[in-house]
Design a protein. Structure first.
Length: 170
């Protein structure tokens, strides 16, 4: 996963404020809201501290207040039309679903890592067990020829010779 994909994924699962979830899609971002409020504060301080408040300050103040007022009125209309309980439960459900899928993907990844690291061990264990069983069979067959003289003439690749000795067929 690239860093850009990881950042996008984190942004999809991180909690969002009600403003980001509810108002931004309806009224758009107010990226300059803090700047506007700061500018209004400076203009307010000019009046409060008896400094000159010129016509250009008044026009700037009106422009900022009208813009903020329009945005706030749009936000209020959004608030009045939303069933917050249903919306929040839907948001919680979606967040839990994303979390559940993330845990599943994490589990799959961990399983693949564990299985890939166990594969060489499994192969080694099977080969080791197979070799041990082959050596065991190689040592048992001659004993069978000795213990059962009337048995088959060939067992598991070993051939009985007439003088009761045995040889391995290659």
């Amino acid at each position: 996963m690239s860093s850009k994909q990881l950042i996008n994924y984190i942004n999809t699962i991180k909690p969002k404020s009600d403003w980001d979830r509810l108002f931004v899609p309806q009224i758009g971002k107010m990226s300059n809201i803090e700047e506007a409020i700061d500018e209004l504060r400076e203009l307010r301080n000019r009046v409060a501290h008896c400094k000159f408040f010129r016509k250009k300050h008044y026009k700037t103040c009106l422009r900022l207040l009208r813009t903020l007022n329009r945005k706030v009125n749009k936000a209020l209309k959004v608030v009045m039309s939303i069933d917050f309980q249903e919306l929040n439960s839907e948001y919680a459900y979606n967040s839990l679903e994303i979390l559940s899928n993330s845990i599943k993907e994490f589990g799959k990844g961990i399983s693949e890592i564990i299985l890939s690291s166990l594969e060489p061990l499994t192969t080694m264990a099977v080969n080791s067990t197979s070799n041990a069983l082959k050596r065991l069979a190689d040592s048992i067959v001659p004993a069978l020829f000795y213990s059962f003289p009337n048995s088959k003439t060939t067992i598991n690749g070993f051939k009985r010779e007439k003088n009761k000795k045995y040889t391995k067929n290659v």
